[in-house]
Design a protein around this ligand. Structure first.
Ligand code: V47
Length: 348
């Protein structure tokens, strides 16, 4: 297939899946090389998931304590600050803070985390609160989205992660996570965030009950908002992890379908600069291969991760920085440490 520089429409995007696998990979790689050459971005970051107590019930989630996981926890601020002190010493530049929707703690508990981190470590980038959390906090505390977003900024949040997007198709969304932030609300929150001059990411949870059409629809909705605001830094397809949850998917998605989806995303999302192969959900090995199917970002060292590892991902303890950069180099790419908004910090 030869694509000219015109925007890819829905049917063409769908037909990319039927192309020869390697030819599709080459097309995506060509686009990646035009945008980024051989650079693969990563950052030195740490995920903190301060509570797993959740008022919502998403069938794919193994992390929430109200379902199959009986082990509730809520970290106190001192514990969180100890973690940040430790990673700061070891060179981390970003904390990625995402929680469940905990109805038992105050709004001040959520916001105080950011305020205290920012006061003690002003240079630490805080990427925090998914649109699903913003929606929960707004409903639970009787605040508008504008008010919650302004409070986030006041308390030190720098950018928003892309979680809670799942699949935007309403029928699938109702099946996998009825009751939580709707697709329209998810976009409304990110639009408002971008209008404040802030950046965010956007994810897609795939490899469960969704169709290829649903994935393309998901990408097209992202492309439409990005045309308006330009506020998305990065698209992150998250591979569904099958364990300890209620979706009961018997056949996990194949590596071939994951790589095709990466390549299609690189070609369809012509206005989103970065495509992240999130090694946590794809495995490190497949993320390295994804570099040849359009991906130019491998997230980061992470150090600790609770949401995806609860559902079977081998990410509980992150990955060693030197192993990570060596793997990127050995696969023929150039590891470039970036900050949270994609300024280059160091070529490793
Ligand atoms: O929104 C939950 C997903 C997300 C499962 O913005 C699952 O840089 C796979 O959004 N299998 C949270 N995924 C993680 C997230 C994220 C991760 C890395 C980087 C960024 C970023 C954002 O985890 C949730 C949900 O879609 N998730 N359960 C599961 N069983």
């Amino acid at each position: 297939m030869i694509l000219n520089n015109n925007r890819i429409d829905f049917q063409t995007a769908l037909s990319l899946y039927d192309m020869d696998f390697f030819e599709l990979g080459e097309m995506a790689d060509k686009k990646r090389q035009e945008l980024h050459g051989k650079k693969t971005y990563f950052n030195i970051n740490r995920h903190i998931n301060p509570t797993n107590v959740c008022a919502d019930v998403c069938k794919f989630c193994a992390y929430s304590a109200t379902r199959k996981n009986p082990n509730q926890y809520t970290m106190d601020h001192e514990e969180i600050l100890r973690v940040v002190a430790d990673i700061d010493k070891r060179g981390a530049k970003e904390v990625h803070i995402v929680s469940a929707h905990n109805p038992n703690v105050t709004l001040e508990w959520y916001l105080g985390i950011f305020k205290k981190i920012k006061a003690a470590y002003p240079h630490m980038h805080i990427k925090a609160l998914t649109a699903a959390e913003v929606d929960f906090l707004s409903r639970h505390h009787g605040l508008s989205y504008d008010e919650v977003l302004d409070l986030m900024i006041e308390n030190g949040v720098d950018s928003m992660p892309g979680g809670g997007a799942e699949i935007f198709d309403e029928k699938v969304r109702d099946f996998i996570c009825k009751g939580k932030v709707t697709s329209d609300q998810w976009f409304e929150i990110h639009r408002k965030w971008h209008e404040r001059g802030r950046k965010s990411n956007v994810t897609m949870l795939f490899g469960h009950v969704e169709s290829r059409e649903n994935r393309i629809d998901h990408m097209m909705r992202i492309r439409a908002l990005q045309d308006e605001t330009g506020g998305f830094n990065c698209f992150i397809p998250l591979v569904y992890q099958t364990e300890n949850n209620y979706l009961n998917i018997k056949a996990p998605i194949t590596a071939n379908e994951i790589l095709k989806t990466m390549a299609v995303a690189r070609l369809v999302l012509d206005n989103v600069l970065n495509l992240k192969a999130y090694w946590v959900t794809s495995t490190v090995n497949l993320a390295l291969v994804a570099q040849e199917f359009g991906a130019n970002d491998l997230d980061g060292t992470i150090e600790k991760e609770s949401i995806n590892s609860a559902a079977g991902a081998k990410s509980a303890n992150g990955v060693d920085l030197h192993d990570f950069t060596a793997l990127i180099k050995n696969s023929g790419f150039t590891p470039v440490e970036r900050d949270s908004v994609y300024n280059e910090i160091r070529v490793w």
